[in-house]
Design a protein around this ligand. Structure first.
Ligand SMILES: NC(=O)c1ccc[n+]([C@@H]2O[C@H](COP(=O)([O-])OP(=O)(O)OC[C@H]3O[C@@H](n4cnc5c(N)ncnc54)[C@H](O)[C@@H]3O)[C@@H](O)[C@H]2O)c1
Length: 251
């Protein structure tokens, strides 16, 4: 087994974040399950503990730098230096540009971009000290452009620039920084999109699968597996990369 590390997964109460927290625990790491509401993280922590792992629930809004500083300090106190960071927390506020409000724009930028900045800034201090770090940012195939997602696609493209810049700045400290750009993953986020466009989720999934080369939609575990690869000790020469995990070259 590789060295046990301390990981923080943001937005880990459900969906891709939850699957990632479970996977990093199965890989042997201690995991801080971080989400807006601490009590919503508790079932994930229980699942990890039941499987023999170590985890804590942390309530934190990643877009709030004071909450982030307190949360990361708590993880350091209770689990140890956080040197694996998965910036997964995300929201959607979809609308065509003529209907998109300033609030829709700011909310998405704050969670995805400022959230990743706040978390990375707080954790890099531990990574550089430990001379080891793994940063994984959740981008999206929407970074290439997607109707109704001017805010989200901009944030997800921005995260790719952030990923590459962190790879350049932090590489000499043994820190890698990489991104994953998922295609359609079956979670509450895509269920909300189906509801917004008025299509039953099952039909929405079938329609999406028909457009995907491997003829199925993605599951949270597909993304967790890619996070696991990036976080592996043996992946230290992989940095500044974006892997499109979309069942084909793009969504
Ligand atoms: N589902 C997909 O098809 C898909 C595709 C591409 C990218 N992604 C990205 O993957 C990530 C996870 O997506 P998901 O489908 O699991 O979404 P989800 O909506 O199921 O889960 C997102 C989690 O993030 C948390 N969160 C939101 N704002 C937060 C904040 N300010 N601070 C802390 N936590 C916050 C939510 O409470 C929620 O638990 C997101 O960044 C999303 O944009 C998802």
């Amino acid at each position: 087994m590789s060295t046990q590390r301390v990981a923080i997964v943001t937005g880990a109460a459900r969906g891709i974040g939850k699957a990632t927290a479970l996977r990093l625990s199965a890989d042997g790491h201690k995991v801080a399950v971080l989400d807006l509401d601490e009590s919503a993280c508790a079932p994930v922590v229980e699942e990890i503990k039941a499987a023999g792992g170590e985890a804590i629930a942390v309530g934190c809004d990643v877009s709030n730098s004071e909450q982030v500083a307190a949360a990361v300090a708590r993880v350091n106190d209770e689990l140890g230096a956080p040197v694996i960071l998965v910036n997964n927390a995300g929201i959607i506020r979809d609308n065509l540009i003529f209907k998109m409000t300033e609030g829709d724009w700011d909310a998405v930028m704050n969670v995805h971009l400022k959230g990743a900045f706040n978390m990375t800034k707080a954790c890099q201090a531990f990574m550089t000290q430990e001379k080891f770090g793994r940063i994984v940012n959740l981008s999206s195939t929407s970074a290439l452009g997607n109707r109704g997602q001017a805010n989200y696609s901009t944030a997800k493209a921005g995260l790719q620039g952030f990923t590459k810049t962190m790879a350049i700045e932090l590489g000499k400290f043994g820190v890698t920084s990489n991104a994953i750009a998922p295609g359609f993953i079956q979670t509450e986020m895509t269920a909300a999109t189906a509801e917004r466009v008025g299509v039953p989720f099952d039909d929405f999934i079938k329609g999406a699968a028909a457009q995907i080369p491997v003829t199925r939609v993605g599951q949270p575990e597909d993304i967790a597996n890619t996070v696991s690869f990036y976080c592996d000790e043996r992946s230290g020469f992989v940095s500044g990369q974006v892997i499109y995990v979309a069942g084909g070259p793009k969504d």
